[in-house]
Write a protein that binds this ligand. Structure first.
Ligand code: ADP
Length: 287
């Protein structure tokens, strides 16, 4: 059940070249698509969901050619867009029922699956409330429930944790992990932690180009032994590369990349996906 993308290009009518020769081979399971805002994540996801066509290239999932057989894909696709737009003034249960009918689900399947999905996404107690009255987190969980109708094999989720508070985010993580078996879940985000927590494989995208696509641990491994934390920046000749600056109790803390210990006070810390991402981001900015 691989998703294979070959040399996809997309240029919008205003001339923005949003996807540049994107090629990917993605295995089943939870896959992260990571890149800064404007990198092309949504464009790639909309293209894979057959909501827009690429200018060139091929895409195939589980033997289905997405360009020539989008209807074949739609039967096994679940899509959570970044913005749902307007929420109608009908109940959560009724809206799920409506979407299930649009997806072509039979009555029996609807009657079994809707209560299961309400339970999974923790919406059973609010099933009769209007979706328009839901909080951001509830709407995201509703979005996941509707995407899961029909038990899709390819699930595309565009920034599913955007705007959620920490408790909602954790709840959503639990749902995502529990549904990722026997599926390919492609999750886009600019929150690196989400990918590190959830995904075994990540594709990095900068300015429309995929720069890496690999197992998360193998991408972090080359940074092991080279990430340092310090409260005082070393001198300009240390050769260290500043990756990030954060604060703890009002005191600054710097994260540095350096093959040698950059200063007496610097402490070697465990390398994270964030370090690899910021390192690549700095490299991209120099190009
Ligand atoms: P991301 O999801 O990573 O934030 P997008 O795919 O939304 O990135 O955008 C990639 C690039 O394409 C950006 O430069 C964005 O401004 C541009 N873009 C996105 N949608 C459109 C559109 N409908 N028309 C023109 N440009 C667009």
């Amino acid at each position: 059940m691989m998703l294979t993308i070959n040399n996809i290009n997309k240029t919008y009518s205003d001339g923005t070249h949003a996807l540049k020769n994107v090629s990917l081979n993605l295995p089943a399971g939870m896959i992260g698509l990571l890149g800064p805002n404007g990198a092309g994540k949504s464009t790639l996801m909309r293209t894979l969901a057959c909501l827009q066509t690429p200018d060139s290239g091929q895409m195939e999932f589980a033997g289905i050619d997405l360009k020539h057989n989008p209807d074949g894909l739609r039967k096994i696709l679940g899509y959570l867009p970044q913005y749902f737009g307007v929420y109608p003034h009908i109940s959560c249960q009724a809206l799920l029922e409506h979407i299930a009918i649009l997806k072509g689900m039979a009555k029996q399947a609807r009657q079994t699956q809707i209560p299961q999905l309400l339970e999974l996404t923790n919406l059973t107690t609010v099933a009769n409330k209007k979706v328009a009255t839901f909080s951001g987190g509830m709407r995201q969980r509703f979005g996941i429930a509707q995407a899961l109708l029909g038990d899709p094999k390819l699930l595309i989720m565009d920034e599913p944790t955007a705007g959620l508070d920490p408790v909602e985010r954790e709840r959503l993580h639990n749902v995502l992990v529990s549904i990722s078996k026997n599926k390919l879940v492609l999750l886009s985000t600019h929150i690196v932690e989400d990918i590190e927590n959830l995904c075994h494989h990540v594709a990095l995208i900068f300015a429309g180009k995929v720069t890496d696509s690999a197992n998360v641990k193998s991408l972090i491994a080359p940074f092991d032994g080279h990430i340092w934390q310090t409260e005082v920046l070393p001198g300009p000749n240390s050769g260290a590369l500043l990756l990030s600056k954060s604060f703890r109790f009002g005191t600054p803390s710097f994260r540095l990349y350096s093959k040698q210990k950059p200063s007496d006070k610097a402490v070697l810390v465990e390398a994270r996906l964030q370090d690899k991402y910021l390192f690549d981001l700095l490299e991209q900015e120099q190009i």
